[in-house]
Design a protein around this ligand. Structure first.
Ligand code: DGL
Length: 252
């Protein structure tokens, strides 16, 4: 079984991509519904929430954990990898993809949670790519709340428009959605700024997971299944998860 973790429903955008690439696995998707959004929490709080999810995954004897939450990755991944030998795959903003795909070296707008954008790990990524002059940061914490409330209408459009106003967006070549919740709003970003190439970390992370499973000979020989857990308990509202999955399918 593969454990996929997010603070809420954002990680379903990655889960969908993983299922496309690995259709014969058993999945346990853990949404920390009781504590979302993480961007208003302290790092210690986030570490303890992620620990609970990881302990849950250990009880369920998962073979690999996927952190489908950029915020949790930036706060916890080094600590988790130092404590456990189980493979832990983690999403991160797709800045490298944006850099590699623009021969004109235009500016890159990275939208994520404030915790991700001010993290040492994110800065290290930008440094490593030599992209300090290209990358601009935009925190959009409201989008996490709007996605959780299934609000994808005019209110979301207005919030995104207002937030983008501080940038001369014509000078940018790409937009990186560095929070899994933000992928739901990709059509809105596209409408507002059609000239931008938009990237998220989902495709790359799913491909990485597939490679790791292959390399470790951990591929499943059983039938596909998926179950949804909310902060340690099986969901009482499977329809809600299915609605989001349907929405993600419309994006691809
Ligand atoms: N999906 C999480 C991420 O990728 C959202 C964080 C939150 O709960 O604020 O960053």
């Amino acid at each position: 079984m593969i454990g996929v973790f997010d603070s809420g429903i954002g990680g379903l955008t990655l889960l969908h991509e993983i299922i496309l690439q690995l259709p014969d696995e058993q999945y346990c998707y853990y949404a920390d519904t009781e504590n979302v959004p993480y961007s208003t929490k302290t790092e210690d709080q986030i570490k303890s929430y992620v620990d609970e999810a990881v302990n849950y995954f250990f009880q369920r004897k998962v073979k690999v954990i996927v952190l489908a939450c950029n915020t949790a990755t930036n706060v916890c991944i080094e600590d988790l990898r130092s404590r456990y030998t189980l493979p832990i795959i983690a999403i991160q903003p797709a800045v490298k993809v944006a850099v590699d795909n623009d021969p004109l070296h235009r500016k890159i707008l990275v939208c994520a949670t404030p915790i991700t954008l001010r993290s040492v790990r994110f800065q290290r990524l930008v440094d490593l790519l030599g992209a300090n002059n290209l990358v601009e940061r935009l925190a959009l914490p409201e989008l996490v709340k709007l996605a959780e409330a299934e609000i994808f209408d005019e209110k979301a459009t207005q919030y995104i428009k207002d937030s983008l106003e501080q940038f001369d967006i014509k000078r940018f070549g790409s937009l990186v959605l560095g929070c899994t919740h933000f992928t739901y709003f990709e059509p809105i970003f596209k409408k507002i700024a059609p000239h931008l190439s938009i990237y998220d970390g989902n495709e790359g992370t799913a491909r990485h997971l597939k490679n790791i499973l292959g390399r470790l000979n951990l591929n499943s020989k059983e039938k596909f299944s998926v179950e949804y857990i909310e902060s340690g308990n099986p969901t009482q509202n499977i329809e809600r998860f299915e609605r989001y999955i349907e929405r993600v399918k419309l994006l691809s």
